[in-house]
Ligand binder design. Structure first.
Ligand SMILES: [Mn+2]
Length: 344
């Protein structure tokens, strides 16, 4: 059994950062489906946090239909919503929490539980479509989740803005705990700022600092249009790398440690930073710990980070994690061979 995991497509993004709009990028992904039994769309598939979810869904349609047609009747597509497409599972999630039936780690979500979800899954046919939340089992000992729960661990407990964020209990935690702690307020905050860039970008000192930083970054795509923008990129890539090691990876490990999936390997998306890559330190990715961590990267071309960069850059779009039975999951850069000019 071979499963390809991709995440953070952000289809329909207002600034057209979603590279799958570009024919060359879409062709590369469709080509990579050859010999794959199952495709997992690990969250933030559609950009629904920019205040125009219907338009985004409409723009996503052609790409989703290509994926569905390529997988065809015989193969499965698993949809695992994240934070930018959290609206897909919200009606189901509300009902499930009200019913007090535990969500667990890989609940099956009926495609008919909401209008937007029904529309999205309809686009993916004739492939067999399954929706799971907050994660899905990819193989024995391999669990995958979008990873937005880690946002909660980017803000130290003692500095948290009590009005904005709730508390995840110490020790073991459930999906219900994370939904209660970071659900509506975090989604509102992100919606307000409409960012595709992950929160790990800057210093997570406290929520207020976080807000200022996000606003600053939201303004930066404009700055990249100005002369000298290319000089910004290496600096921000360095800052991102530092923040990712210091905050991103520990937050991923924390979510795995709290939710405790019976898994050797845990695959995340959300942070837009694929890996582990060849130069990464295995220990930082949990090689010696209970959970080995993986990240599927993104399909977003973010000029702020990538001006002047080339394939192999940790935030280069086109990330995927390939999972085969009885082998460790491995990262692949599916757009590394595509002319960068075709991705902008
Ligand atoms: Mn996300």
């Amino acid at each position: 059994m071979r499963t390809l995991v991709v995440s953070d497509l952000h289809l329909g993004s207002r600034l057209e950062r979603d590279v799958l709009r570009r024919p060359e990028a879409l062709a590369a992904l469709l080509g990579a489906l050859d010999g794959v039994d199952r495709l997992v769309l690990l969250g933030d598939v559609v950009e629904m946090l920019e205040g125009r979810p219907r338009v985004a869904l409409e723009l996503a349609g052609p790409v989703l239909r290509e994926l569905g047609a390529a997988m065809g009747r015989g193969r499965e597509i698993v949809v695992v919503p994240g934070n930018h497409d959290h609206a897909l599972v919200r009606p189901w999630l509300r009902a499930r929490i009200a019913s007090r039936r535990p969500i667990g780690l890989a609940a099956r979500v009926p495609a008919r539980s909401g209008a937007a979800l029904e529309r999205l899954t309809g686009c993916l046919r004739p492939a067999r479509v399954r929706v799971a939340y907050p994660g899905t089992w990819v193989a024995r000992g391999v669990w995958a989740t979008h990873g937005h729960y880690l946002d909660r661990h980017l803000y130290p407990e003692e500095r948290r803005g009590a009005a904005l964020l709730g508390v995840v209990p110490a020790g073991r935690a459930t999906a219900e705990d994370y939904e209660a702690a970071s659900g509506p307020s975090m989604a509102a905050l992100q919606g307000l700022l409409a960012m595709t860039l992950p929160s790990v970008v800057g210093e997570p000192l406290d929520v207020v600092a976080g807000l200022t930083r996000r606003v600053a970054f939201a303004a930066l795509p404009l700055a990249t249009a100005l002369p000298g923008a290319a000089r910004l990129a290496p600096l921000s890539a360095g800052v991102m790398g530092f923040q990712f090691r210091r905050n991103g990876l520990p937050a991923m490990a924390e979510v795995a440690a709290r939710l405790r999936p019976r898994a050797r390997h845990v695959i995340f998306g959300h942070l837009h930073r694929g890996g582990p890559l060849a130069g990464d330190k295995p220990a930082e990715w949990g090689s010696g710990a209970r959970h080995a961590l993986h990240n599927s990267g993104s399909w977003v071309y973010e000029p702020l980070l990538l001006a002047g960069a080339s394939p192999g850059h940790p935030y280069w779009p086109g990330g995927a994690v390939l999972v085969e039975d009885d082998a460790a999951p491995r990262f692949a850069g599916l757009l590394d061979g595509v002319d960068p000019r075709a991705l902008r």
